[in-house]
Design a protein around this ligand. Structure first.
Ligand SMILES: Nc1ncnc2c1ncn2[C@@H]1O[C@H](COP(=O)(O)OP(=O)(O)OP(=O)(O)O)[C@@H](O)[C@H]1O
Ligand SMILES: [Mg+2]
Length: 496
């Protein structure tokens, strides 16, 4: 059977191939009887390669394994072909691992799949072959190990060999990667006690955190900057290689409790589909454990160390006295800031790709300067109190109000200008009722109470400072102005 271009079609190629296979089987039986076992394989291989060399098509064999390792082309082919299994297939494999959300469909060991690439017809075939390994240590008559070899055969017209190798195979690899990413369930890995005595290991659950860049209340400009930075990071593999830097990016998120640091981490993980490794430093006793755990994290992941200032008693790098006192105080806690920084900058960063590291803290000023020096954390992101813009995002998410002139908004906006209120506090008010007007009224009352509380606190602090109330009374106006100025300044979002 020929197609219009005069080329034999894939099905006719297969008929020819099938009859050739039948002859080979017959030939093998004859060989079995006439030729010593050691020579049989050699003769069959030679004859097959003669026929293949003289046929107008070519067959690529894609083995499951490449030596000891996995053959990535095989894995990609398996994923790529799973999307091409048509309803007329009578036999295919399905599987589901405990943590998968969907059933995985695989191409079974019979049938073939015809695919087209730029009008080139390609035929995929899945093959399983059992072979008996006869090794000298087996006694006479011992059948030896039976091992199974699995591979794909990809056949197409010989003239397209270059295009298939240079364009089609990369396309299969890329499509498989995209399909994996789409289906990927983001995992949260945290430390648990492993079976071996006194050591920790990663344990994972599906990350169910619903936070995304749409739901998180951040100044729009800051949100845009973070997203663009992440996108740029993913695209710059070649750049990092060219300048000799490890392909990793570090973010320091700092700001008061309840301003969305953990929510932003979840939003980043959901956006990139990267797993999170939540490293609680206080659970790790030695640098060697830290090294082992970091080395067992995967590429395309986010390493998170929350509350870096208080998660472990990190000795200051330059302060020998502190170092000494820490060792004496808690001898079983040998994690040093130096060890942590070494992994981040050295060993760990050179053996992993597409890594993100995120530190969070409520007190940036308490951090060791070694952690803050340029080049260590690429971006310092200040997560701050609610602003008018972030309030609007929360109102749209929680109350589904997108009208900026909604009743009560003006009052909320005026109050927000002069009060330090966290997104977590606003979220709490918005969850008190299903009636959005009740929520807005509740928020207004809350903000007013907070303002009074803040003013009283200010007065008290002033009293302590000056030890006299007269000053406060005399300077009340200036006090309010200063306070408003301070609140505004603390809300300025900064990225460095
Ligand atoms: N920027 C935000 N946008 C939307 N929701 C927020 C934001 N910040 C906080 N929230 C709400 O408040 C809750 C607590 O926020 P989150 O845990 O992210 O704060 P945090 O900054 O990590 O606090 P901490 O410093 O105490 O760890 C979240 O579950 C979310 O409901
Ligand atoms: Mg947090």
């Amino acid at each position: 059977m020929m197609n219009l271009s005069g080329m034999p079609s894939a099905s006719s190629m297969f008929q020819a191939y099938a009859s050739m296979s039948a002859s080979i089987t017959l030939f093998k039986t004859m060989l079995n009887q006439l030729v010593p076992h050691q020579l049989q394989h050699y003769i069959v291989t030679k004859i097959c390669s003669y026929f293949r060399a003289n046929s107008s098509n070519v067959t690529l064999v894609i083995d499951e394994r490449d030596g000891m390792g996995i053959n990535e082309v095989y894995t990609a082919a398996e994923i790529y072909l799973s999307a091409r299994i048509s309803p007329e297939f009578q036999r295919f494999k399905i599987s589901k691992r405990p943590k998968d959300t969907n059933v995985n469909v695989k191409f079974g060991n019979c049938g073939k799949i015809v695919d087209f690439f730029e009008e080139i017809e390609l035929v995929w075939k899945f093959v399983r072959e059992s072979s008996k390994k006869t090794i000298s240590r087996f006694q006479d008559g011992d059948e030896g190990d039976v091992s199974e070899k699995r591979f794909f055969e990809l056949s197409f017209s010989k003239q397209y060999k270059e295009r298939i190798l240079n364009c089609y195979i990369p396309l299969v690899l890329n499509k498989a990667k995209a399909m994996c990413n789409e289906k990927k369930v983001v995992k949260l890995h945290s430390l648990s006690n492993s079976h071996s005595f006194n050591s920790k290991a990663w344990d994972s659950v599906n990350l169910e955190h619903p936070s995304t860049f749409e739901t998180i209340a951040l100044e729009p400009a800051l949100k845009k900057t973070i997203k663009e930075d992440l996108d740029k990071f993913l695209k710059r593999k070649d750049f990092y290689r060219r300048v000799g830097k490890a392909w990793k990016r570090g973010y320091l998120l700092y700001g008061p409790p309840g301003t969305g640091k953990s929510s932003l981490i979840a939003a980043i993980a959901n956006y990139l589909k990267f797993d999170i490794y939540d490293l609680e430093l206080s659970n790790i006793k030695r640098d060697s454990d830290l090294r082992r755990l970091l080395l067992s994290t995967t590429n395309r992941s986010i390493l998170v160390i929350e509350d870096i200032d208080c998660s472990v008693d990190l000795p200051q790098r330059t302060d020998n006295r502190t170092n000494h006192s820490v060792n004496v105080r808690s001898r079983d806690h040998e994690i040093t800031l130096c060890g942590l920084l070494n992994f981040i900058d050295g060993l760990w960063s050179s053996c992993g790709d597409e890594r993100i590291i995120i530190f969070t803290t409520n007190h940036k000023e308490k951090l060791d300067p070694a952690l803050l020096r340029p080049g260590r954390m690429d971006m310092h992101i200040h997560m701050s109190y609610i602003t008018i813009e972030s309030f609007k995002v929360m109102a749209a998410n929680y109350l589904e109000i997108s009208d900026p002139l909604y009743r009560g908004f003006k009052e909320v906006e005026e109050l927000i200008e002069g009060v330090q209120v966290t997104p977590a506090e606003v979220a709490e008010q918005f969850m008190k009722s299903e009636d959005r007007d009740v929520c807005i009224e509740g928020l207004v009352k809350f903000l007013k109470r907070k303002r009074i509380g803040n003013n009283e606190e200010q007065v008290k602090m002033k009293k302590v400072d000056n030890n006299t109330i007269d000053d406060v009374a005399n300077n009340n106006d200036t006090e309010d102005d200063t306070r408003l100025h301070e609140v505004k300044r603390s809300k300025t979002l900064s990225i460095t």
